[in-house]
Design a protein around this ligand. Structure first.
Ligand SMILES: NC(=O)c1ccc[n+]([C@@H]2O[C@H](COP(=O)([O-])OP(=O)(O)OC[C@H]3O[C@@H](n4cnc5c(N)ncnc54)[C@H](OP(=O)(O)O)[C@@H]3O)[C@@H](O)[C@H]2O)c1
Length: 251
């Protein structure tokens, strides 16, 4: 269904994983896409080629979101392309580092917060002038923000911050008609969670979930596409759990 025809979307970290699947899903729903990437230029170009081959419009833009002015530079380039209107922002780019408290260094901690929290925050700030009534923002939280899994305390704290931001930004931007939500995936089959490609990792993941199969990126993209659409017009300030019923007993 072309529910997003005429809309323009920016998806950060769309060179692979959940961001790539989201860019493809939003394009399939009719939106024009800006495919943001960090290091994966050839992967991002391949996503653009796939979208244009299917008859939709897409461009790619590079920005390192670990740099303090990365979101500002990206927003400037986006504004130069789309002009005065951005309908959909999916701030998906993120990094994870599995490490114990003792192993976590200050640089790693700062980079996690820079990419996962600071970048979405300033991207929303810098793109706000071109977001209008009906625009939507979706951030990426995680199951790890809500339950303890693995050695992920610093990463999980970034996702807890995302959940908090969603409520505050939704309250701030609601009067302008802009919705802000997050999706919180469980373990998804991407490079970030490549441990699920081992027998042990697969079994551990299946043991977490009510639904007994591994999550693929398009399972998450479907929920993000819903949140970006008018079907979610009354949903804001929410973190949507998209995790196959992971750790239901523990929540
Ligand atoms: N996979 C999971 O199990 C899982 C679970 C819960 C939440 N999440 C969240 O979902 C989001 C996407 O995760 P994923 O699994 O799709 O990860 P992924 O496959 O590792 O992809 C990460 C994406 O983020 C981009 N990125 C990372 N650091 C960047 C930087 N400094 N500057 C610009 N772009 C950067 C990468 O771009 P380049 O490759 O082009 O540099 C890539 O496109 C993240 O926010 C993650 O925390 C994932």
């Amino acid at each position: 269904m072309n529910t997003l025809t005429g809309k323009t979307a920016l998806v950060t970290g769309a060179s692979r994983g959940i961001g790539r699947a989201t860019a493809l899903a939003l394009a399939q729903a009719g939106a024009q896409i800006i495919v943001h990437y960090g290091r994966g230029a050839s992967e991002a170009k391949a996503v653009v080629a796939e979208i244009t081959a299917a008859g939709s419009r897409a461009r790619c833009l590079q920005a390192d979101l670990a740099e303090s002015d990365g979101p500002h530079r990206l927003a400037r380039h986006v504004r130069a392309i789309v002009g005065e209107r951005l309908d959909i922002l999916v701030a998906n780019a993120g990094i994870a580092k599995a490490a114990t408290l003792e192993e976590t260094g200050v640089e790693d901690f700062d980079e996690l917060f820079a990419v996962n929290v600071r970048a979405p925050y300033f991207l929303v700030q810098q793109l706000l002038p071109i977001m209008c009534k009906g625009s939507s923002v979706t951030l990426l939280s995680s199951l790890a923000a809500h339950v303890v899994i693995g050695e992920l305390s610093a990463y999980s704290a970034t996702k807890g911050a995302v959940d908090t931001l969603v409520r505050h930004l939704a309250a701030d931007l609601g009067p302008r008609g802009i919705r802000v939500n997050a999706v919180a995936p469980g373990v998804v089959n991407t490079a970030m969670s490549s441990f699920i490609r081992t027998d042990e990792g697969r079994q551990m993941t299946l043991n977490l979930q009510a639904i007994k199969r591994l999550a693929e990126p398009d399972d998450i993209a479907a929920a993000i596409t819903f949140l970006a659409s008018d079907q979610a017009r009354w949903t804001t300030g929410a973190t949507l759990h998209v995790d196959g019923g992971s750790k239901l007993q523990a929540r």
